[in-house]
Design a protein around this ligand. Structure first.
Ligand SMILES: C[S@@+](CC[C@H](N)C(=O)[O-])C[C@H]1O[C@@H](n2cnc3c(N)ncnc32)[C@H](O)[C@@H]1O
Length: 272
């Protein structure tokens, strides 16, 4: 079969503009080679060789556009990634919510935005199951732009190499050992609603007490990051908390979120 053609400067610009417009994900000359290799893989899978030909398909079909965006995302994740942030959730955010903000027992609502294959929302769900007082409940929305990732997340099956990071007592309590790996228990699974959502749009979901959006905005430029933060602001309760990735920052951004340093990790809060 003929070789997939390379990405010319002109085609790079066309793909880059389309990806940015549709998702906020920003490719620069520095990470152009990542885009090129993912594109080539996508074309090979489809049995195509022409970059312009494929671009035409992407622009003509919403399904192809979604599949294409899925294929260029970076989905690296793991259970209890950045433990210090989970410590801050356990030791600062949840006590603050139940003792000082919400006070009366109810449901804590959490959004894992850019949840990839589910390790982040399942980690949050296990932790909350452990620490929330009996009278309190919780629910988690886990969303991503990658349908492939969401399918894995929904299945809740992780092979043996991917369970590193789960404490032994959690593994025994919240997972069943099945052929080749571990399957999350139904009572944890049912706390999480998995949904396709592109962060460039308003989800129209409201009343989240905590938002996790970690290692996602790193792929966006300043303008797209500001738009996403605006959507989070609207989706959150008047007193609520936002975790972004360890290497991400809202410094210099036009946003009303306040920086908060806890003993365990830094985060942002919304105060109205
Ligand atoms: C590197 S993973 C981070 C997963 C997890 N939050 C963590 O920190 O381990 C980034 C995820 O963001 C998703 N993503 C990227 N752009 C997005 C967008 N515009 N809307 C929704 N999700 C997006 C990707 O599909 C990917 O699964």
């Amino acid at each position: 079969m003929a070789e997939v053609e390379g990405l010319t400067d002109a085609n790079f610009e066309l793909y880059r503009d389309l990806i940015y417009r549709e998702s906020g994900i920003t490719f620069t000359p520095t990470n152009r080679s990542i885009l090129e290799s993912r594109l080539k893989e996508r074309l090979r899978e489809k049995g195509l060789t022409s970059m312009v030909g494929y671009l035409e398909q992407v622009m003509a079909s919403k399904d192809e556009l979604n599949g294409f965006l899925d294929s260029i995302t970076t989905n690296l994740t793991r259970f209890f990634r950045n433990q210090a942030q989970f410590d801050a959730l356990e030791k600062y955010v949840i006590p603050e919510l139940i003792n000082n903000i919400r006070k009366f027992p109810g449901t804590i609502r959490i959004w894992s935005a850019g949840c990839s294959t589910g390790e982040e929302p399942y980690s949050i769900a296990m932790l909350l199951s452990e620490i929330l007082p009996k009278a309190w409940n919780f629910e988690i929305l886990a969303s991503d732009i990658s349908l492939k990732c969401l399918m894995t997340a929904k299945e809740g099956f992780y092979d043996i190499n991917r369970i590193v990071g789960i404490p032994d007592n959690y593994l025994a309590k919240y997972f069943d050992k099945v052929d080749g790996g571990y399957k999350v228990h139904a009572d944890i699974h049912e706390k999480i609603k998995f949904d396709y959502h592109n962060l460039k749009n308003d989800s129209l979901q409201r009343n989240f007490d905590v938002v996790f959006c970690r290692n996602v905005i790193i792929y966006f430029d300043d303008v797209a990051q500001t738009v996403v933060m605006g959507h989070f602001w609207d989706a959150m309760t008047p007193k609520s908390f936002l975790f972004i990735g360890h290497s991400e920052s809202l410094f210099g951004m036009k946003t009303k979120f306040e920086f908060l340093k806890t003993e365990w990790a830094t985060l942002y809060c919304k105060k109205e």
